[in-house]
Design a protein. Sequence first.
Length: 356
Amino acid sequence: MIVLGSTGSIGVNTLEIAKRFNLDIEVMVAGNNIELLNEQLKHFAPKLVIVALEENISKVNHHNVKAGQLAILEAIEESNSNLVVNALVGFFGLQPTLRAIHCGKRVALANKESLVVAGQFIDTSYITPIDSEHFGLWYIFDTTKIMESLTITASGGSFRDYPIEKLSSVSIKEALNHPNWSMGNKITIDSATMTNKLFELIEARWLFDTTSCDAIIETKSIIHAMINYKDGSTTAHLANANMQLPISYAIMGEVKEQILKPIDFLELQNLEFKKIETQRYPIWEIKNEVLHNKDLGVVLNAANEVAVSKFLQGEIAFLDIAKKTLGAMNKFHSPKIDYIDDIFELDKEVRSYVNG
């Protein structure tokens, strides 16, 4: 197996599953957390390790270390592994997804951006999603019934209960304080703005071939997904919040033993649901637009990546993330993407506009 993003939250959990089931890791790819990478290398012996920067090669405790995206793409092509776990963050993860599928390899996908920006060019028969929401949809999908729509849940992010009038002045530290999960900075901010849930709806559109997708807030993160059937019934997937369950299925295909602690419904007592309001989550106003226009995912992702980066660097306020993204969506409201190269050109244009 190839693990792209071994030091992130998905990568760490993937390696925990690899340890538990004695799975072989052929290639490990990490960013700049060399200390954690070296800890991981005490337990695994990959043939190749790849890091983001050449200057970090000498710091890695391994005999075969390379750096950069080209090295990742070459490793995917040259490896014997038939499975690539893509837990890279952002647009950077698209090329590895495309290369893996081109090589006929299965992709356990945690890189949301691959489907968000290029879903129309990706053969999803090669994709197994790691997201708990899409895993939940897959888990309960019943082909013997007529599906009406899909519903996934959101935690509500760092500010779901925060006074709306104070959102304009929240700090970076407050925005990174997620109530339910411990994740990387980028996805935590995306959760707070609800952009992450827009991404997941776009993913669901491609994975389940439907634009009848919606989301609601479920504050405990126990219900992850629901399928609403034509007969008026709904089936829901419930599980304690732990990414090791979807990861296990994604990398092994089947699971025959307990991965999670079962839910104690008497202890759980009650669940709380909330509507995703545009007053708190302004980005949600474009939900239907991005679901029905397959080319807008590129604009949404590029604008959001730049805006989130600016916020994390202290250059803009929290609410400016949505403002900048919506501004870009208005500017590039009807893009035309016919070829994969068009995605990369449009991505550059949008980034330049938002940075300008």
